[in-house]
Structures are given as C-alpha cells and as structure tokens.
Design a protein around this ligand. Structure first.
Ligand code: ANZ
Length: 738
C-alpha cells in the first residue's frame, strides 16, 4: 500500500508501511475507540484555533524587542496560478514546522510571507488565461493567502509584501539607483540569447542543451541589444571565498563555485601585423602557460574586434560568411558543440617562445565573453584544439610527456599535467616538471614584459533588462540634451502603467504607453523618454528578505538597526532549482549593500536547506500537461490541515523527491483521529480548559504511566535531534507516532 520509492532514508527510516498496516487493522478489528467515541473533526478544531491565533496575535513577532531572534525564511512563491500547488504547501510546511520548533526552543521566531509576483511566470500565466496581470495577480494573491492561512502557518501577516506593490518596487528602483551611483549598474550593447517564441532575452541557464529555450522548447537565437547589466563579476572573488563561511550543503556550494568558475593561469600577448602592416598584439588567457612551445596556431572569437583588421582580402568572403553564420548561434550550443568549424584569416602571429609564425583562425569554439576572446591553441594538449587541428590539418607539437623518457600519445590530446609530467621540446624549460614549468614560464613572460599571472572567472555580469511588460520599471530617462538621466529618488516609484496590450513582441510593451514614455528631463526640463525595459524578476527577489524585516517603512528601504538584529536569516528553506542564480544574486546584493554601508552583514542566509519536489501520484513531475497536479485546497478540506502537513513531512526525507499518495494521507489522517480520541478518552474536554500541563501530571507515575512518560521523553529527545539542523521531519514524526 505504500509506494516503496518514498521509503528511502536507509536504515533509520522506520517502515512506514508498518504503521499504516497497523492503523488499518486497528480501524477494522480491535480499535479500542469504537465509532461512538468522539469524532475527529479537523475543520472545526483547526478553524477554532486559527481564529484564536489571529485574535491573540499569537504569531506576531516584535522585531524591535526580540531577545533571541530567529529568522525562519522560506522562498516566496510566484502567485502564477489560481492557487497553491501541493509542492508549495510542502515547502512552506517544512519551514513552518522548523520555525515552530525553534519557537519551542525559546526563540522569537519571525516567519514572514510574500509574493514574487512580477515576472515572466505570472505574465505567461496571465497571457494564457487571457486576463490582465494587474487584475489577475492580486486575485491569485488573495487565493494563496487564504490557503496559507487555512494551512495554519505561523505567519506574521503584518509584514506581508508583494514585489508588484508600488510600495515595494519603489525601493527596488531605489536600489537600482544606488547600484548605478556606484557604477555597479551599467548599459552596454550585448549579444543575448533570444527566444523567438517568448520574445525575450534569456539568461544562459535558461537555455538548455542544444540551444533550446528552457520554458517553451524553441531554438534560441542571438541578438544584439542595448541592455542593462549589474556588475556582479566585480564580486566574483568574494562570492567565492565567502562560501567557506556559510552553513550550506556541499552540493549547493559546489554549484555556486562552478558557476563562479575560477581559473588560474596567465594572460600574454602574441605579436602580429594588421592589414596596413602596423604592429599589433593579440592577448590571450591560458590556464596552461607551460604549453606555450606547443602553441601552433591562434583562434579568435568570430566577434573579436581584431578580426576585421587581420583578415586578408583573399579570405574576406569566407570570414564574413562565417561571422554571419555564427552571429545567430546561441552561446550554449557554441560551448557544447563537438563539431569544429572555423576559417583562416590569412594572417600570422609570432609565438614568443618558438619565435615561429603561427596562423590566426576564427572559430565559434572561442567565446568573446570569456578571458580575452582569443586563445593560443595547443592541439597536443587540449582536446578542443586537437579536434580543430585534426579537422583543418594544423600542426601538432608535443611539449608535455607523461614522465622522463616517455613519449606522449599522438592519437589524442595528452592533457595530464601533474607531478610526473615533464616539459619537452620547450627550449630552456625542457626537463622541468609541468607544475614548475608553469611557474618558470610565467616568470619568463613577466621578465620579457609580454605577460603576467592572471585569474579568470566564468561569472558574467548579470543582464537585468527584460523586454517584457510585467516587471519593475527601470528608473531612468533619456534626454536628447543630457543623455541618460536617473529618475530623482524623490520621484520614485516610477509606476508601471496599465497597458492593455501587453503581448511580448520583441520590444517592450511599455513603449506603447505614450503618455507614460514621454516625460520631462529632471535636469533640463526638456522632453525625455522613459526606459521601456523592465527588470529581471531576480532583482525583486534579491532583497525581499531585507524588506520583510521593515515592510511598512515609508521613509527608507529598511532600518539598519532592525536588520542588524535579524540578518543574516538564520534558516532559509526552498527549492533546489534556485540553488544557483537566486542565491548568487542575493549574495551579490548583500555584499554590494554592505560596501555602501547600508547593511552590516556579508551574507544573506546563514543556513540553507534545499527541499526535494513532490511528484505526482504517478511519480512524474507535477504539471498541468501531465494532468497529475494535486491541489491542496480539497485535501485540506477533506482531511484537515494537520493531516496534510503531517503527511507532507512524513512522505520521505525532505531533501528528496517523493510521489504524492492520497492513500497514505488517509493513513496519517486516521492516526490523528486516533490520537484525538485517545486524548478525549484520557482527558475529556482538555482542549476547552486553559493550558495547565504541569498540574495535570501525576506526581510520580508508575506502571504503564511511567512507561508512557519514559516513551514521551525518548520521543522528545529523538524529535529534537532529528529536527536540529537536520530537518529529518519524517523520522521525527515516526517517533511521535510510536
Ligand atoms: C592554452 C591551453 C593549453 C589551454 C592546454 C588549455 C590546455 P578554463 O579552465 O575554463 O578557464 N580558453 C581561453 N579563453 C577562451 C575563450 N574565450 N573561449 C574558449 N576557450 C578559451 O579554460 C581556460 C582555457 O580555455 C585556456 O587555456 C584556453 O586554452 C581556453 F593544454 O590555453 B588554454
């Protein structure tokens, strides 16, 4: 009766099926509490208590006076559907239970809630159902809230926020202006991934294998647009180093590290001549300076600015055609494609080590965005260069041998460079180990003044412009006389206009709102045009946890004093799908704000827990198209919020995916019913009486009562251990059932 796939925690997991078999048996055979006993009516019980919590302000946290603050933060949802998904409920319940646990441990727990309501998720949903997001999204928010309240979360609703509220995005815009002042927001022409169906720019990670749009499966194209960027790349070293000081899983930290992608090596110059015979240099970044004697050709990215002046007339036609062809390719395909293509420019550079002429090619496997956009190619020791040299018959020169006296293989690239590998064919460096050789060659480059040690990061600046309607307007205007002018802070928010036709068509739909677009220049008072792009939703979600703590502040984005007590958030819980970008962006914001002395912390989330997904009853990812979506509302109505919550956490280890099963939920419901009847039998009317637990306990229990006290203490110990930083909700619940 229990889906085996959910019983995965190894030895520690109690046999869940055992409990349910027992429950089923007892329900039919020897139930000590026959049906004439008091019935368990979860709706009545839960509604009564939820109303009381509200009346008494049970879930209110006084942020200014808290003695032992504990910030229980959950990733806020996109209200991009009519109501909650059972997966949302599962995620929020984990956080809520953890918050309640911390409250029982004596903390002043702050559990806020809000809505990540701008963005493409919400807009696409609005487009699909044919309603305007300005009407639809607030309605969805009301539905979400009703369901969250009914699910019994201990949310302090006084701090509720929605990123679409002008009172919130006023400060998103204010933050944009602060970044602009610091030079951390800037505009430039950039080749971007463009989805022709969604008609928007996509981040690299929204492009999946084969150059396909993650959302709609359409092949992605490249386009050149003037776009806003945040200079997150400035923070790459700190984003990397700080990972050592936070309590996150190794998996998440590794994902962050890989995304930042630090490489050590050297930057060096190769000399060449342009078409007019003028001397110029091509700078390259290499992680393997030790292989410099093996550089037998060079490759420039097709977009490299030197291509024009290095291409000989004879090669021009080919080069132009090739550049045209690669222009429309997306970056992901370029990085992953195994088929090597390229064209010779007709020019040569001098390898500074061998002093030989080497041909200069262009190819799409070299990316303009990384390093210097040009490479020294070492086919003997790099796989991509080897494939390219093979394809075009370029020379291959071995400069690294596996060990003294051994020959490297010649049917493939020999890439090892550890303790035993030796330099060969490398002039004065021959015989050195690969590691010493690396250092010696960098020193030699430095002495000759043609290169130096260098560190490169893969992390690119964050493209924040979106040519979409449903987002936070970017608070700048363009004046013919004064150029780009920031909107003065006193004029914020720049409100999003109500545009009837918000279909994405490649240009921002805000362009059509003429009354809104045409404005005056804050400097000269002359005519000016507003920026019509909106901000990436990830901007909204990069600082909401700061605003929560001071959500009603009209004077400032937050009070620094309050945040000093509450940041970093003690525990952040959410989906693994946000383990890279959202976390990286939030970390960047916090660091930039700390540098501006607007905040006193370096990291937003002291501890992070990423949850698995709830799958459909068929074990597949829940989706409308698969028809396996479970909505929590009818479940809560039928079995009660307590059963739904308890089941969601009992379903399996919370960091793993698990299939939804209504049958098992019934089992949990029966367990609660039984508990309720036992309680009523042993202590009738207990829920009506004021809480005086201490007085109720017999002074010195004996016999069965003593065994029960022992078991209860064992359970408390077990639950405390399972919960503390481990989130082993499922085994904790099993202990309580025992
Ligand atoms: C010569 C060489 C010899 C290289 C060798 C590797 C092995 P990571 O580790 O990712 O930083 N490269 C540099 N810039 C590039 C660009 N814009 N597009 C494509 N490839 C680029 O990789 C650094 C290495 O990737 C560099 O070191 C360079 O090739 C290549 F046996 O230089 B190497």
């Amino acid at each position: 009766m229990w889906n085996d796939s959910v019983n995965r925690a190894g030895d520690e997991t109690p046999s869940l099926s055992r409990y349910f078999v027992q429950m089923e048996n007892s329900a039919t055979r020897n139930d000590p509490f026959p049906s004439d006993a008091v019935t368990y009516d979860p709706s009545a019980i839960e509604l009564k208590w939820q109303r009381l919590w509200q009346e008494r302000g049970t879930n209110h946290t006084d942020l200014k006076r808290a003695q032992r603050p504990f910030y229980a933060l959950m990733m806020f949802p996109y209200p991009s559907a009519e109501g909650l998904h059972v997966g949302n409920l599962f995620a929020f319940t984990g956080n809520d239970i953890y918050g309640r646990f911390q409250r029982l441990m004596g903390h002043n727990v702050f559990e806020p809630f809000g809505y990540d309501a701008f963005g493409i998720h919400s807009e696409n949903y609005a487009l699909k159902v044919g309603q305007h997001p300005m009407e639809l999204i607030p309605r969805n928010i009301v539905n979400f809230q009703r369901q969250i309240e009914r699910a019994g979360l201990m949310v302090d609703w006084r701090y509720r926020l929605a990123t679409t509220d002008p009172n919130y995005y006023k400060w998103t815009q204010w933050l944009f202006l602060q970044l602009l002042k610091q030079g951390l927001a800037y505009k430039k022409q950039a080749a971007v991934n463009w989805c022709p169906k969604d008609k928007t720019v996509l981040a690299n990670e929204q492009v999946v294998s084969g150059g396909i749009c993650e959302r709609c499966g359409t092949p992605v194209e490249q386009r050149l647009l003037e776009q806003w960027f945040f200079r997150i790349s400035n923070y790459a070293p700190r984003l990397l180093e700080n990972l050592d000081h936070i309590d996150w899983s190794e998996t998440t930290k590794t994902a962050q590290r890989n995304w930042i992608g630090r490489s050590e090596g050297a930057e060096l110059a190769f000399e060449t001549h342009d078409l007019n015979g003028k001397e110029c240099e091509i700078r390259v970044f290499t992680t393997r300076p030790d292989t410099i004697y093996g550089a037998t050709y060079m490759v420039l990215a097709p977009e490299h600015p030197l291509v024009e002046s290095l291409t000989k007339p004879k090669q021009k036609k080919h080069v132009d055609e090739y550049r045209e062809k690669t222009k429309n390719q997306d970056l992901v395909t370029r990085k992953t494609s195994t088929e090597k293509t390229g064209v010779f420019t007709g020019s040569y550079a001098i390898n500074p080590a061998t002093e030989k002429e080497i041909p200069i090619w262009i190819s799409d496997y070299v990316l303009m965005e990384y390093g210097t956009g040009a490479i020294m190619a070492v086919p003997a020791h790099d796989e991509r260069d080897f494939a390219f040299a093979q394809a075009f018959g370029l020379p291959i020169r071995h400069v690294i041998a596996p060990a003294d006296g051994q020959e490297p293989p010649d049917d493939r690239a020999f890439v090892a460079h550890g303790e035993t590998e030796r330099l060969i064919n490398s002039g004065e460096f021959t015989g050195l180990g690969a590691v010493e050789g690396n250092e010696a060659i960098i020193a030699w480059l430095e002495r000759r003044g043609i290169g130096h040690a260098s560190v490169n990061y893969r992390l690119r600046d964050w493209l924040v412009s979106r040519q979409r309607y449903w987002g936070c307007p970017i608070p700048v205007v363009y004046c013919e006389r004064d150029g780009m002018v920031p909107v003065p802070e006193s004029e914020l928010p720049v409100e999003l206009p109500d545009v009837e036709d918000y279909q994405p068509r490649g240009r921002s739909p805000l362009g059509a709102a003429e009354d809104w677009v045409n404005t005056t220049c804050p400097i000269c008072g002359g005519p000016a045009l507003r920026e019509t792009d909106t901000m990436d939703t990830f901007v909204d979600s990069s600082w909401y946890f700061l605003r929560y703590c001071d959500a009603r502040n009209d004077e400032a984005a937050w009070d620094r004093e309050v945040l000093r007590a509450w940041m970093p958030a003690d525990q952040y819980i959410g989906g693994i799908e946000h383990a890279i970008l959202h976390l990286m962006y939030a970390r960047f914001f916090v660091k930039a704000l700390a540098d501006m002395e607007l905040l006193d912390v370096q990291e937003p989330f002291a501890a992070l827990f990423t949850q698995g997904m709830i799958l459909g009853p068929d074990g597949g990812k829940m989706s409308k198209s698969a028809g396996n979506v479970v909505s929590p509302a009818p479940i809560v109505e039928r079995y009660g919020a307590d059963a739904a919550r308890c089941y969601a956490l009992f379903i399996g280890p919370p960091d793993q995916d698990a299939a939804w099963s209504e049958k098992s939920l019934e089992g949990v419901h029966r367990f609660l019913a039984r508990l309720w009847r036992v309680g009523d039998e042993l202590a009738p009317g207990a829920d009506e009486a004021p809480a005086t637990n201490a007085a109720r306990q017999p002074p010195s229990p004996e016999g069965d009562a003593l065994a029960l006290v022992r078991k209860a203490n064992w359970a408390i110990d077990k639950v405390t251990g399972d919960m503390s930083g481990r989130f082993a909700f499922n085994t904790a619940i099993a202990a309580i059932m025992e």
